[in-house]
Design a protein. Structure first.
Length: 88
């Protein structure tokens, strides 16, 4: 009996990461918070060689309902289309 070894195929695909940042008012402190969120998540993603940043979605003055968050809705659409693997 001859045994043939078939090496495992590893896909080197990176996890596609999207970032969602949100603030609820137009106050100056909130705008600084939005930028801080973007920077923190971008820095975090850059530390992972197995992650790829595919988009930053952000809403300000967004209210309580999803319909008042256009970037959130766009992000969900992209996720449902398979463009995103994980959302931070």
């Amino acid at each position: 009996m001859q045994i043939t070894r078939i090496p495992a195929q590893r896909e080197n695909k990176k996890t596609r990461i999207a970032v969602y940042c949100r603030v609820s008012t137009k106050m100056e402190e909130q705008e600084d918070s939005l930028e801080t969120q973007r920077e923190a998540y971008t820095d975090l993603i850059s530390l992972r060689s197995d992650w790829e940043l595919v988009g930053i979605y952000s809403d300000s003055l967004s209210g309580l309902s999803a319909e008042k968050r256009p970037e959130f809705m766009r992000m969900i659409k992209d996720a449902l289309e398979g463009k995103i693997n994980r959302i931070l």
